[in-house]
Ligand binder design. Sequence first.
Ligand code: DAH
Length: 344
Amino acid sequence: MSEVNIREKLQAILNEATEKIQAADALEKLNEVRVNFLGKKGQLTAVLKGMKDVAPEDRPKVGQLVNEAREKLEGLMEESKSRMEKLLLEKKLAEEVIDVTLPAKKADVGHRHPNTIALEEVERIFIGMGYEVVEGPEVEYQDYNFTKLNIPEGHPARDEQDTFFIDDKICLRSQTSPVQARTMEKGKLPIRMIAPGRVFRSDEVDATHSPSFHQIEGLVIDKHITFADLKGTLEEFARELFGPETKTKFRPHHFPFTEPSAEVDVSCFKCGGKGCRFCKGSGWIEILGCGMVHPHVLEMCGIDPEEYTGFAFGVGLERIALLKYEIDDMRLLYENDYRFLKQF
Ligand code: DAH
C-alpha cells in the first residue's frame, strides 16, 4: 500500500470515528468507539498491523500518520467524555436540589437519668477519697447473698429480703452486699471499694418500693480501721452530697454482717432540721445502713480478723436521687417519660 492510499484510509477512519464520537450520547457508546477504532481489533490498529505491506522507506512516515490519527481520536474522545460528565453532574445537581428553607428535622438528644446523675455524684465523692468502683453479678449464689454475710439458712433475715429464686442455690441478689464477700475473697488487701448495682426484692410497686432498684455498697478493709473512720467517712460523704451544713446522726441498728451496726440519718437539707413536710416533721432523713464488718464475715472470706478490721455501708441509689431532686414518687424514675427526665 502506498502512503497516499494510507493517508486516504486514515482520513476515512478519522471521519467515521469523529462522526461516531459526535453521535455518542453516553459514556458506554464512547467506549464502543474506543474499542472499534483503538482496541486490539480496532480499525486503526489494523492499519498498523498492515505495515508489513508498506514499502520500508514509507514506514516511518506512515507510523507517524497513524500516531497522529490516534492522538486526534483520543483528544476528541476525551473532550466528548468531559462534556458528558459535566452534563451528568449538572443533571444530578438539578435533580438533587436541597431546599434549605425547609424546617430541619430536630434531633432529640437523650438525657442522663436522675439515677445516673446521682450515681456519678456518689462515685465522684468516693473516687476522690481513693475508692475503687467494682461490680458484681445480679444473678447471685445464695451463698454470697446470704450465707457468707452471716445470714445462714433458716435465719429470719432471709425472709426480710425475700427475693426471686432461680433454684435452690441461685437467686437475684437482694442487696449489693454480696460484692463485699466477692471482693474480700479475691485476697487483695487493703480494700477501699464501692459497688453500685441493681438489686431485687419481691416488693409491690408503690411510691417508695419497686421489685428492682439500685444500691451502692461500700467496703473498707485495712489494719487499724475503727468506727471513727466509718463516722468520718460517712459524715464527709453526707456533706459532699447534701451540702456543707449537713449534720449526721448514727442510730444503733442490726445487720447480720456488721457489728456494731448503725443507720445513718442526715439533717433535713430542706428545712435545716427544724422539721418540714420533706422530713415528715422530724428534721432528719434516713439515708443508709452501715457498720463494722463482722469478724465472722471476715473469717468466712479468708481474712484474719485479728489483723484486719473494716467497715461497710449500703446506700439506696433511688433514695438519694429522690431526695436530691425532690421527687416524691419513685415510680417516676422508671416510667422514662422524657418530659419528666429532662428536668434534671
Ligand atoms: N445490705 C443492706 C440492705 O440491703 C444495707 C447495708 C447495711 C449494707 C449495712 C451494708 C451495711 O454494707 O454495712 O438492707
